[in-house]
Ligand binder design. Structure first.
Ligand code: PLP
Length: 411
C-alpha cells in the first residue's frame, strides 16, 4: 500500500486567492456592468525588454543549426550569463562573488522552496509575519513546522511580527533559531532594512551558527541610497547568507522563467556530530540530481538584460511601475489613509481606516469602488488590519482606481 507524505495533508487549501476569486465572482454576477480594477495582482503586466526579445529570437535560430545547436545546459547556468551577473549585480557594487557560487534556475520561488532540503528536519525556522507563503509551506511539506493553531500560526515556527508599531522591522528572536527567511524589499509590506538593521541579523546568525535565506526578488526597485542591494554588502554575510534573485519582477520574466541563487563557499551548516559542511557543494549536488538547467534561449534573454540597451529598458520598466506606486501612495495619503512601502518596492501596504479588518475593507473596496486588492491577513496573522495594493497594473487602471478612492470611497 502506498502511503502519502502526511505533512502535505497539513497544508490548508490556497484559501487567500480562492476566497478573493469567490467574492469577486459573486459580486460580478450581481453587477455584470461593474468595471472592476484589480490592484491585487502580484504579476507584472508590461512586455519584456526589447533587448531580451532580440536575444531570444537569435537564440532560437541558433538552435536550428547543427553548428550552434545546444543540448542540455550546465546545471548551474552558462558562463555567459553568470559572468554578467557577477560583473553587474555584484562586482560593480564592490561585492566579491565567484563563478561557482552562482546557480541559475527557473525561479526564486522554486529555489526558496527547495533550499530547505539541505537542512535537517529539526531545524527551527523563523519567518517575518506577514510573509511570502512559500517559505512556510515548503517547510510544512518537509515536516518542520509542527501543527497549525487556531491563531493561524504553526507551533514550531518563530514568527517575527512586522507592523507599523516596529516600522515593519523584525526584532531578533528571543529563542534560538537556525534558519531565518528575510525578504527585503519586502513582499507584502514594501518596506526595507538599512545596512545597520541587516547587520544585526548577520551578527545574530554568526553568533548562533544560523543561516539567513535572503530573498532579494525586488532589489531592482530600490531607489533610496541607504538601502542595501545585496546582503553581502554586510560584513560577515558570506559566512551565513544565501541570496535569491530573480529576473521576474526586474525584467518581466514571470512567464519566461529565470532566476539565480548565490551560495558563497564559506556558508556552513553542521552534522549532528559537529562536522562542518559546505552548503555550496551540497546545493550543486542537489541541483545535479533534480534539475537539468534553464533553457539556452531563456538564459540568452536574461543575459541581454545586462547589455547597455537592456539596462536602459529595465530602468524604464521599473520606472513605469514606480510611477504607479507613487500615484497610489500619494493618492491614498491625500484622503488620509496611512500607507507604507511603495518607495523601494512595487507594493503599497496600507492600514485599513477606522480599525476595519482586512476582509471587511476588501468587501468595502469591491462594493463601493469596484477595486480589488489583497487582504493583509492572508499573508499572516500580523497582516490583520492591513491591505496590499500593487503597482503592477496599467497606468490607466492605476489612475482610475486612485480617482475612485478619492471621489467615491466613504471613509
Ligand atoms: C515574485 C516573487 C519571487 C519571484 O519568484 P520567481 O519564481 O522567480 O518568479 C520571489 N520571492 C518573492 C517574495 C516574490 O514576491
Amino acid at each position: 500500500m502506498a502511503l502519502v507524505n502526511e505533512n502535505h495533508l497539513k497544508l490548508p487549501g490556497n484559501y487567500l486567492f480562492a476566497e478573493i476569486a469567490k467574492r469577486v465572482n459573486a459580486y460580478k454576477s450581481e453587477h455584470p456592468e461593474a468595471k472592476i480594477i484589480r490592484l491585487g495582482i502580484g504579476d507584472v503586466t508590461r512586455p519584456l525588454p526589447q533587448a531580451s526579445i532580440e536575444a531570444m529570437h537569435k537564440a532560437v535560430d541558433e538552435m536550428g543549426h547543427v553548428e550552434t545547436f545546444q543540448g542540455y545546459p550546465e546545471y548551474e547556468g552558462y558562463d555567459f550569463l553568470i559572468e554578467k551577473i557577477i560583473e553587474v549585480d555584484y562586482k560593480k557594487r564592490g561585492i566579491k562573488v565567484e563563478r561557482d557560487e552562482v546557480f541559475v534556475s527557473d525561479g526564486a520561488k522554486s529555489d526558496t522552496a527547495n533550499i530547505q532540503e539541505l537542512f535537517g528536519v529539526n531545524n527551527k525556522i523563523a519567518v517575518t509575519d506577514p510573509v511570502y507563503p512559500v517559505y512556510v509551506d515548503s517547510n510544512v511539506m518537509a515536516g518542520r513546522t509542527g501543527a497549525l493553531g487556531s491563531d493561524g500560526k504553526w507551533s514550531n515556527v518563530v514568527y517575527l511580527s512586522c507592523t507599523a508599531e516596529n516600522n515593519f522591522i523584525p526584532e531578533l528572536p528571543k529563542e534560538k533559531v537556525d534558519l531565518i527567511y528575510l525578504c527585503f524589499p519586502n513582499n507584502p509590506t514594501g518596506m526595507t532594512l538599512t545596512k545597520e538593521q541587516l547587520k544585526a541579523w548577520v551578527d545574530y546568525a554568526r553568533k548562533n551558527k544560523a543561516i539567513i535565506l535572503f530573498d532579494s526578488a525586488y532589489e531592482a526597485f530600490i531607489h533610496e541610497k541607504d538601502v542595501p542591494h545585496s546582503i553581502y554588502e554586510v560584513e560577515g554575510a558570506r559566512e551565513v547568507a544565501i541570496e535569491f534573485r530573480s529576473f521576474s519582477k526586474t525584467a518581466g520574466f514571470t512567464g519566461t522563467r529565470c532566476a539565480y541563487t548565490v551560495i558563497p563557499k564559506e556558508v556552513t551548516a553542521y552534522t549532528a556530530s559537529g562536522e562542518a559542511c559546505s552548503l555550496n557543494r551540497m546545493w550543486y549536488r542537489r541541483q545535479a540530481t533534480k534539475f537539468n538547467g534553464v533553457s539556452y534561449i531563456v538564459q540568452r534573454g536574461a543575459e541581454a538584460v545586462y547589455s547597455e540597451e537592456g539596462q536602459q529598458q529595465v530602468k524604464e520598466l521599473i520606472g513605469y511601475y514606480m510611477e504607479n506606486a507613487r500615484i497610489i501612495r500619494e493618492g491614498l495619503q491625500s484622503i488620509g489613509i496611512q500607507v507604507f512601502g511603495g518607495v523601494n518596492s512595487p507594493y503599497i501596504w496600507l492600514k485599513t481606516p477606522k480599525g476595519m479588518d482586512s476582509w471587511a475593507f476588501f468587501d468595502k473596496l469591491l462594493k463601493e469602488i469596484n477595486v480589488v486588492g489583497t487582504p493583509g491577513v492572508g499573508f499572516g496573522p500580523s497582516g490583520e488590519g492591513y491591505f496590499r495594493l500593487t503597482a503592477f497594473g496599467s497606468r490607466e487602471n492605476t489612475e482610475e482606481a486612485v480617482e475612485r478612492f478619492r471621489t467615491k470611497l466613504k471613509i
